[in-house]
Ligand binder design. Structure first.
Ligand code: PBG
Length: 325
């Protein structure tokens, strides 16, 4: 036998020498939920180990994130008051705006990305402005742009629109540029599928739509070419990073997106992915660390350069131990 693939698998030194996918803590982004109130750290029932923090409690978590060697967080706000206009999304003293100001002051070295969407702020739970029962695209763009600007003014280093309205990247870019934030990057949730994997998140943010679903704006999971259409459009509109979401069931999309654009690709391992792993591990049916490592590496192997995950701190630890890397 001339060719023996097992030759290179004989020991760890050799295996690591020829490893194709190398990952590093610096690529991790940790999503966090911030809520109104004080002294609150409440566990999200469907996301064991994840919490909603009031601003004062958020600091303890930021410290842990930073100690774990994770440099970037993605903040989601849960306002005390929701209305038709999503007014708390862009309020100067809104939850995200206040959280950002405080967090930047206390932990200036962390990198702050904010999710720009309206579903956490609207009384009806849809990601845009309603006209009757339909989500109106163009009137939503102004609100999104206003929201993104208010995040940046409060200190966001990067904004990440997740609403899936057409033309939102362009609208946000224009508003940021007009206000001299030409260097603030936009990470677009460009390829975001209408997915059952978001269910625990909607629990966490109390943002499930009051009626209907999100299929008129989020993508149909039967389609992949349409995903590339979204990638190219967002690139044209000025996106700096392209995100694919969810991650685990969409590895083919990550790979195709990577081929289609030269922009960096981020993959978001969403709440349902986290919840499935946690639940099965709790039952003792899988080994949590093994599965977390394997699913994370799969996203990178498919082509992601950055990875958003609720397991960011744990993954950083696994990298430190040399389990993966
Ligand atoms: C807001 C938003 C959602 C997620 C990220 N931003 C929920 C949704 O679209 O319903 C999901 C993240 C997760 O499930 O972890 N639109």
């Amino acid at each position: 036998m001339i060719k023996r693939p097992r030759r290179l698998r004989q020991n760890e030194v050799l295996r690591k020498m020829v490893r194709e996918t190398r990952i590093d803590k610096s690529s991790l982004i940790y999503p966090m939920f911030v809520r109104e109130g004080e002294g609150i750290r409440e566990e999200i029932p469907s996301m064991i180990g994840q919490y909603r923090y009031s601003v004062d409690q958020m600091f303890y978590e930021l410290e842990q994130v930073s100690d774990a060697g994770v440099n970037a967080v993605m903040l989601f706000g849960i306002p005390a008051h929701k209305d038709e206009k999503a007014s708390q999304a862009y309020a100067e003293d809104g939850i995200i705006q206040r959280a950002l100001k405080e967090a930047k002051r206390r932990f200036p070295d962390l990198y702050y990305i904010t999710d720009v969407c309206l579903c956490e702020y609207t009384s009806h739970g849809h990601c845009g402005m309603l006209c009757g029962s339909s989500v109106e695209n163009d009137s939503t763009l102004k609100v999104l742009a206003k929201t993104a600007l208010s995040h940046v003014q409060a200190g966001a280093d990067m904004v990440a629109p997740s609403d899936m309205m057409d033309g939102r990247v362009k609208a946000i870019r224009k508003t940021l540029d007009e206000n001299n934030y030409v260097n603030t990057p936009i990470m677009s949730y460009a390829v975001k599928y209408a997915s059952g994997f978001y269910a625990p998140f909607r629990d966490a943010a109390d943002s499930a739509p009051a009626f209907g679903d999100r299929k008129s704006y989020q993508m149909d999971y039967h389609n992949s070419r349409e995903g590339i259409k979204e990638v190219l459009l967002d690139e044209e509109e000025g996106a700096d990073i392209i995100m694919v979401k969810p991650a685990l069931a969409y590895l083919d999309i990550i790979a195709r997106a990577k081929e289609a654009t030269n922009l960096p690709i981020a993959a978001y391992s969403v709440s349902g992915e986290y919840a499935m792993i946690k639940a099965a591990a709790q039952k003792g049916w899988i080994d949590e660390a093994q599965i977390v490592c394997e699913t994370a590496v799969a996203a990178y192997r498919a082509g992601a350069q950055s990875y958003l995950t609720y397991f960011a701190k744990e993954l950083a630890g696994y990298m430190e131990e040399g389990r993966i890397g």
